[in-house]
Design a binder for this molecule. Structure first.
Ligand code: CUA
Length: 320
């Protein structure tokens, strides 16, 4: 299933539905205002001016027999109630999406980095906490609490089908919630300009059935299996030597926290925050020269021969 596009004109959950109705409603009002103003303007242009020498012909339109001024009173008496109604509706919608109808059972902590997303699943049991990046799963039909923060600059968390935008601000912790009532893959995007690769700071929320979500969670909690081939084994050693100071693979000495957690990298569909498909050729190209693909990304070009890179790719592909 391909991710649904970034459209806010339809929604898939109760945190987004009132916003979608508001967007259509305010959009309709705006279109009506534009059409009415355009028609009145056309009518005003079409109407003949008083002939030169006629009474009042030297006065501004608003001064002539009071008729121009009347239109201003009509305009105000129509627009003030409409704008007031739109304001009240907006306030009601903000109240409506503030909290979910039921208490969220699941909490994920999302940390925005230049330019990727760290997603940590919190749990009262320490052994059930795990971290992933850029692609995360939620169970369908229930609210999920999302705690938002950023260590570098201001980003914005936006999954248009599931909820409105919420900023991630350094030094501030914001809380929002998402809920998908229809299983599927929902595209998310950073919605606040945050530097060179802002446009390529995407993520995907997959809404699973309850059983599929538990399967996914169990998989994420499991330790990666031993490298299955000699090449992957070599790659594992290379990874520990060259990559482990930035990346974590659970169950191994690799514990870097600068870059995305890679414990189950092969279970993800994309690389580099939605920029590349996750397959061996793209993974190899990404490791060979991240700057060529995502200029400004904080991942450096790590010196490696083509043979060594193939071994590292074989190892990363084994992290299912
Ligand atoms: Cu992060 Cu824009």
């Amino acid at each position: 299933m391909t991710p649904t596009p970034l459209s806010y004109l339809s929604s898939a959950g109760p945190a987004a539905a009132p916003l979608t109705r508001l967007a259509w409603g305010l959009g309709g009002v705006s279109v009506a205002v534009t059409v009415i103003v355009a028609l009145l303007l056309a009518w005003g242009l079409w109407r003949r001016r008083p002939a030169p020498g006629a009474p009042d012909s030297d006065l501004e339109a608003t001064g002539r027999r009071g008729e121009g001024l009347a239109w201003i009173y009509i305009g105000l008496s129509v627009s003030i109630p409409v704008l007031a109604a739109c304001t009240v509706w907006t306030l009601f919608v903000l109240g409506e999406v503030m909290h979910p109808a039921q208490e969220a059972r699941l909490t994920v902590q999302v940390t925005a980095h230049q330019w990727w997303w760290e997603v940590r699943y919190l749990d009262p049991v320490a052994g059930r906490v795990f971290t992933t990046a850029n692609e995360f799963h939620i169970p369908t039909g229930e609210p999920v609490r999302v705690i938002l923060s950023s260590p570098d600059v201001i980003h914005s968390f936006w999954v248009p089908k599931l909820a409105g935008k919420m900023d991630l601000i350094p030094g501030v912790t914001n809380v929002t919630w998402i809920q998908a009532d229809v299983p599927g893959r929902y595209r998310g995007q950073c919605a606040e300009f945050c530097g060179l690769q802002h446009a390529r700071m995407a993520f995907v929320v997959t809404a699973d059935s309850a059983a599929a979500f538990e399967t996914w969670r169990a998989r994420q909690l499991a330790l990666p299996s031993t490298p299955p081939t000699p090449a992957a084994m070599q790659g594992s050693a290379l990874f520990q030597a060259r990559c482990a100071s930035c990346h974590t693979v659970s169950g191994t000495p690799a514990g870097g926290i600068v870059g995305p957690e890679l414990s189950h990298l092969a279970s993800r569909k994309t690389l580099a925050a939605g920029v590349l498909p996750n397959d061996p050729p793209h993974l190899s190209a990404w490791i060979a020269d991240p700057q060529a693909i995502k200029p400004g990304a904080l991942m450096p070009k790590v010196p490696m021969t083509a043979a060594e890179r193939a071994q590292v790719v074989a190892y990363l592909q084994s992290l299912t």
